[in-house]
Design a protein around this ligand. Structure first.
Ligand SMILES: C[S@@+](CC[C@H](N)C(=O)[O-])C[C@H]1O[C@@H](n2cnc3c(N)ncnc32)[C@H](O)[C@@H]1O
Length: 451
């Protein structure tokens, strides 16, 4: 078993994933609700492994499918040490390039005597195709020279001290792959340590993922983006001339997609609460040629309930109710859908903290939406409470909205365990281990405001 079986620590309360918050259960009119435990085991295992492919969304404001495919193919021709990957346009999802991982089932990897130890976060990035940057290296055996081949191991239990110099046998280490040393010990550790740059170029990865970065094509031509995120915006279906708001927008992966589908025609507003993230969002939109009105604000407070709001939408919040044709609420969440996760140390209180915020944001979203308009709610987490639980709460609270099934429904059904009907469970989109799309754990639901 190369990966751990669950990213969570031994005494983790799995009811946080499969159960509802106590106040949500009370709202279910006393109906007896069972938890979705049947889905859990498979999901945990799946979370620890990497997706079987990498997807790149083409930014048609700056490039096109053929040119970007050509650049990617050229990169692999020049840089592959083994087979080149299979690269193709997704047959159903427009402007999306797929790079298939190399099948690794049954493959044996040579390991080298010399080794490096990386932290769990760095190991996850490597399993998704990243090289190893200087800050990610915890240990490197003494005597490693530039160009030496090394095996790469993850210290999942956070026991390895930075600067460790021997073969690491203190606690279980997980083999991740092999690479070539570019920076030596004296450059990585100590007072004169470098803080950036690639320390080890990854050559073979346990996940079969091909090392790839966005530096293989000019900035803004495309984006490494998970398929469910792309499908979320296709479900929102923004069109030229629309007035659209992205309520939690940074770093702008979905905002830039919205701008692209709008062909930069209409009004697109993007909000984020954190000033640093707003700067990041502005940079991404510039890079992608996306015309967006960007504001720093708390999206739970952007609604003006007075009846005489004459402000132009482009001036920013507060906005009058029923201003937007399309609303995206890509909510802050517990991010438990990330893959691969080798270890997750999020506390119970942290996991529980998101639902109240998601509800407040949703309430604002409903009010900002025009009758007949579309609202998409999405998270990159797997908990019942933040996904189906939120949808069940929303349908009970807001009689003016209804759930609609996206025309391109490549996700699976929602989990049972809430008051959602079978038809509603079939309308939401949950991405997990059973779907043909093997991506990250993700959820979205699409609503329409009744006229
Ligand atoms: C899931 S991330 C959004 C990712 C983004 N939509 C994308 O695809 O690139 C959630 C974002 O919500 C922001 N956020 C959290 N609370 C917020 C609030 N009350 N108002 C606005 N933004 C908020 C966070 O700063 C974070 O950038």
């Amino acid at each position: 078993m190369p990966y751990p079986e669950s990213p969570f620590i031994a005494n983790f309360n799995y009811n946080l994933i499969t159960g509802l918050l106590s106040d949500q259960s009370e709202e279910n009119d006393g109906k007896k609700i069972s938890n979705s435990n049947e889905n859990l085991g498979k999901t945990l295992n799946w979370l620890c492994s990497a997706p079987l492919s990498t997807s790149i969304r083409v930014n048609t404001l700056k490039s096109n499918n053929e040119d970007l495919m050509e650049l990617i193919r050229d990169h692999f021709k020049k840089n592959s040490i083994g087979n080149s990957p299979t690269i193709y346009l997704h047959p159903l999802i427009s402007n999306t390039i797929i790079i298939e991982n190399e099948p690794v089932d049954g493959k044996t990897f040579n390991t080298y005597e010399k080794e490096i130890i990386v932290d769990a976060q760095c190991a996850s990035a490597v399993l998704r195709g990243a090289h190893i940057y200087a800050p990610g290296v915890l240990g490197m055996v003494s005597g490693c020279q530039v160009n030496d081949n090394v095996s790469i191991y993850a210290d999942i239990w956070k026991k390895c001290k930075r600067g460790f110099h021997k073969v690491y046998n203190e606690s279980p280490k997980v083999f991740i792959g092999n690479g070539r040393v570019l920076l030596q010990r004296h450059q990585l550790f100590g007072e004169k340590a470098v803080t950036n740059g690639i320390a080890v170029e990854v050559k073979e990865i346990l996940s079969g993922c091909y090392p790839i970065g966005e530096d293989i094509f000019p900035a803004g031509y495309g984006l490494l983006q998970n398929l469910p995120s792309i499908l979320t915006i296709l479900a929102l279906s923004p069109a030229p001339g629309d007035t659209v708001i992205d309520m939690c927008a940074s770093p702008g992966n979905k905002t830039t997609h919205i701008a692209e589908l709008m062909k930069n025609e209409g009004i697109l507003v993007a909000i984020d609460k954190t000033p640093r993230k707003v700067e990041q969002l502005k940079r991404r939109c510039d890079e992608f040629g996306a015309k967006v009105s960007i504001f720093q604000a708390d999206s739970t407070k952007i609604l003006d309930l007075s009846s005489n709001n004459m402000r132009n939408v482009r001036e920013g919040p507060p906005f009058a109710s029923e201003t937007f044709d399309k609303v995206l609420l890509d909510a802050p969440c517990s991010v438990l859908g990330k893959r691969p996760q080798l270890i997750n140390r999020m506390s119970e209180n942290e996991i529980k903290s998101f639902v109240p915020l998601q509800r407040k944001l949703f309430e604002t979203a409903v009010q900002l939406l025009k009758p007949g308009g579309t609202l998409v709610y999405s998270t990159c987490t797997i908990t019942l409470a933040e996904n189906e639980g939120l949808v069940a709460w929303a349908l009970r609270k807001f009689s003016q909205i209804e759930l609609i099934k996206p025309s391109l429904s490549l996700g699976g059904n929602g989990w049972s365990g809430t008051s959602l009907t079978t038809e509603e469970i079939d309308s939401v989109q949950r991405f997990g281990p059973d779907q043909t799309i093997d991506s990250v754990g993700f959820f979205f639901a699409c609503f329409r405001k009744k006229i």
